[in-house]
Design a protein around this ligand. Structure first.
Ligand code: NOJ
Length: 534
């Protein structure tokens, strides 16, 4: 029997290295610090870490502005530290993927510096230049709160350069074969070192063509297929995870015919989980899964509730966006671009029942889930911090100095400790010792999720349960079936499901339920969830 590929049943965990653990005492988390905390991650049960960028960078976009693709930012450590991290992770059966920012570099990158200084430099054509700022009018602006145009005048170059994100992030010109070669070299560099793959940043925007919106162009797919082929031929088993904040029908081509990405984030599902929970109605989730085309057997969605960016509302209608802002971002400071800059627990009013429910949905929907660091202990956020920094604060390890994150007098961002998110409750050590804590609940969910291949590989079938307030579906794979019930509402709900089978066991709490005459009748408490095997 074929064993499914590892990433189909893996639990991912996103790490912001600066926030995780400071081993050097300079107030910034680093690679050695992360290495020291691998036992915690192994204990939590995660299979693969995604590291936000750790490259040398002026940090105008927290490392998504790369100044050297083959190095490590000095505040994070050295290449040797990175290698030791990989070895230590692999020894614990934890894989590591890193961010690969293909679309742009920092304006401090030597390529850009050479390009702007000399029109005849071979590097000039590494970027996209124009004498005017009126080309590619069809391309939207992504960072609407800060950028007025995708063109910025460079007085040194005497031309405008193209950028889809901050003006400190000039876009690379993939029409230039030399740029494609450079990126293949970068990929080899890290895969040779032992990295297990990449989360590829901002892939829809790699090419520009007049008369289009400059997203998802055929040329982009040709390039990505080339990268995939290169990896398959030279580094089989390593993966590519696609960041394309697009509708499922637009993301589908990024899986190709199993010859492009292994995985892709499911962006439109995420806000609908929050909509369904607020409305007590499964319809938004059901609708978006119906819009989701099937994908090749060896590929997988990557599902998430939160990440290091704002909770993006790009993939909802204007009306739903206003509704989400009203419900989830009542204070205008909570809003950023087309999204909401808050963490999971604050979004859900720190209501333990809803936090668990959201995770129940995350872990039981098709796809491999990714947990954002700190959400497993219900960390709060800080809307007073600039940009997306409010959701990137230090990991809270214990009730000690700087929450056990660092012994420096000054740290890169304050720890969250307030009347709602009290440090004495929201920290790893306290929750580790408490079987009823969110951390231990997450641990149990992750263990159950990994034990049941169905959740990673099975198909999903919606069950008619008599009420839209309950998201009821079965997941089945080979000879295993799970029936998942999520009460999305704040009231008790009785469900009645016509079903084959007799005895159903909740895999998390070990409670048993019996079907009578082919009907499974269960009463669910507000926001209660059950993962039933049978
Ligand atoms: C997506 C990343 O998640 C985000 O943090 C970054 O600002 C942009 N891409 C630009 O690289």
């Amino acid at each position: 029997m074929n064993v499914p590929h590892w990433y189909k049943n893996a639990v991912f965990y996103e790490v912001y290295v600066r926030a995780f653990y400071d081993s050097s005492g300079d107030g910034h988390g680093d690679l050695r610090g992360l290495t020291q905390k691998l036992d915690y991650l192994q204990d939590l049960g995660v299979d693969c870490l995604w590291l936000m960028p750790t490259y040398p960078s002026p940090l105008k976009d927290d490392g998504y502005d790369i100044a050297d693709y083959c190095g490590i930012h000095p505040s994070y450590g050295t290449l040797d530290d990175f290698k030791s991290l990989l070895d230590a992770a692999h020894a614990r059966n934890i894989r590591i993927i890193m961010d690969l920012v293909l679309n742009h570099t920092s304006d401090q990158h030597p390529w850009f510096q050479a390009a702007r200084a000399d029109r005849n430099s071979p590097y000039r054509d590494y970027y996209v230049w124009s004498d005017t700022d009126d080309k590619y009018r069809g391309a939207r602006i992504i960072f609407v709160d800060t950028e007025k145009s995708n063109w910025t005048w460079d007085p040194v170059a005497g031309q405008f350069f193209w950028h889809r994100f901050y003006s400190s992030q000039p876009d690379l010109n993939y029409d230039n074969p030399a740029v494609q070669e450079e990126i293949l070299n970068v990929i080899s560099f890290w895969l040779d070192m032992g990295v297990d793959g990449f989360r590829a940043d901002a892939v829809p925007y790699l090419f520009e063509r007049e008369g289009t919106n400059c997203e998802n162009l055929p040329e982009t797919h040709v390039l990505l297929k080339r990268l995939r082929q290169f990896i398959d031929e030279n580094y089989p088993g390593r993966i590519l995870l696609c960041e394309a904040n697009q509708w499922p029908r637009e993301v589908r081509p990024y899986f190709g015919n199993d010859d492009e990405f292994h995985m892709a984030f499911h962006f439109p599902l995420m806000p609908r989980i929050f909509m369904s929970i607020r409305r007590g109605d499964a319809e938004p989730i059901r609708w978006v899964l119906e819009q989701t085309p099937s994908i090749p057997n060896n590929t997988q969605w990557c599902t998430f509730l939160r990440n290091h960016d704002e909770l993006t509302l790009e993939m909802v209608s204007e009306e739903d966006r206003q509704w989400m802002w009203n419900e989830y971002a009542p204070d205008p400071r909570m809003r950023l671009n087309l999204g909401i800059r808050r963490r999971l627990a604050p979004l859900l009013d720190n209501d333990r029942r809803r936090i668990e429910l959201a995770n129940s949905l995350l872990f039981t929907m098709p796809g491999s889930p990714i947990v954002y660091y700190g959400d497993e202990i219900g960390m709060g956020d800080n809307i007073l911090l600039h940009d997306r920094n409010g959701v990137r604060t230090p990991m809270q390890w214990n009730i000690g100095f700087n929450a056990g994150f660092s012994n420096a007098g000054e740290i890169y961002a304050p720890v969250i400790d307030n009347s709602v998110f009290k440090l004495r409750e929201v920290n790893v050590e306290t929750q580790h010792g408490d079987p009823s804590s969110l951390l231990q609940t997450m641990q149990r969910m992750i263990a159950a999720r990994k034990k049941h291949l169905t959740l990673g590989c099975g198909n999903l079938e919606w069950l008619d349960c008599g009420t839209r307030s309950v998201a009821a579906y079965s997941r089945a794979f080979r000879r295993e079936r799970l029936v998942i019930l999520n009460n999305l509402s704040d009231s008790q709900q009785s469900v009645n499901i016509k079903i084959s089978g007799q005895t159903f066991t909740d895999v998390l709490k070990n409670k048993k339920f019996e079907a009578v005459n082919g009907q499974l009748q269960i009463s669910l408490q507000p926001y209660e969830y059950l993962w039933l095997e049978g």
